[in-house]
Design a protein around this ligand. Structure first.
Ligand SMILES: C[S@@+](CC[C@H](N)C(=O)[O-])C[C@H]1O[C@@H](n2cnc3c(N)ncnc32)[C@H](O)[C@@H]1O
Length: 214
């Protein structure tokens, strides 16, 4: 995508990359519960398998942009699994959450959790819906313990009217670069790409990053 020197920017990137085709308040679109899976069964299984190493047993976890599914291994115990999303009915139906909140991050990107509450945070097939991703990721950094980690899992499906322009027009590698840039601008380090895509199913691209110890 091209940029011009006179245009507005978001952390040095063209602001229009972060605009959505549909400017309607997200509260309207997400009012209706969607008890559906957003990626193939094999892709969900690959994510659950990835979580076996990414999420230590006994950890406190934040599942951001959550719904009725968190994809966690069913046989591992966690201290806390906090969910954060847009639809109360979906979150109430999620058996893996210990507590949950509803909040529109495009209206208020500051998370309603204490500093250093979580060991791990995840955003699954949803980062493309944030119009201020660096604001949200900075808030995630605040709520993670030092050394805590985030995983941002992505695939190729999206709600076209709700996704920001950058995710509509970019190929995989540019999307990963964009997410890596957002993580770096938010204060994360050890930013790493993992391709966990199963054969013959929706792709699974995961960016992980760590909150520095000091
Ligand atoms: C494609 S669904 C993915 C749900 C879940 N992570 C999963 O793996 O099935 C997109 C999710 O993004 C969340 N979301 C979209 N816009 C949001 C916003 N403005 N603020 C907070 N969450 C939002 C909604 O909660 C919705 O469930």
């Amino acid at each position: 995508m091209s940029s011009q020197s006179s245009e507005k920017t978001y952390f040095g990137l063209p602001s229009f990359w972060f605009h959505k085709p549909d400017n309607e308040n997200d509260d309207v679109f997400y009012q209706q519960p969607r008890m559906v899976a957003h990626i193939d069964d094999a892709t969900m299984a690959a994510l659950t398998n990835f979580y076996r190493t990414f999420l230590p047993s006994g950890a406190s976890i934040l599942d951001l942009m959550s719904s009725w599914l968190s994809h966690l291994p069913a046989d591992v115990e966690y201290a806390r699994v906090a969910g954060h999303g847009m639809n109360a009915e979906e979150l109430a139906a999620n058996p893996q959450l210990s507590d949950w909140r509803v909040q529109n991050l495009n209206q208020n990107p500051e998370l309603p959790f204490d500093d250093e509450s979580f060991d791990r945070a995840m955003i699954v097939v949803s980062i493309q819906y944030l119009v201020q991703p660096i604001h949200v990721l900075r808030s995630v950094l605040r709520t993670l313990k030092p050394g805590g980690e985030i995983a941002i899992a992505m695939s190729h499906r999206l709600f076209p009217t709700k996704a920001i322009a950058a995710f509509q027009g970019m190929e995989r590698d540019d999307k990963m670069k964009l997410v890596g840039y957002c993580l770096q601008q938010s204060g994360f380090d050890e930013i790493t790409f993992h391709d966990e895509s199963p054969l013959g199913a929706d792709p699974l691209w995961i960016m992980t990053a760590k909150k520095p110890l000091a």
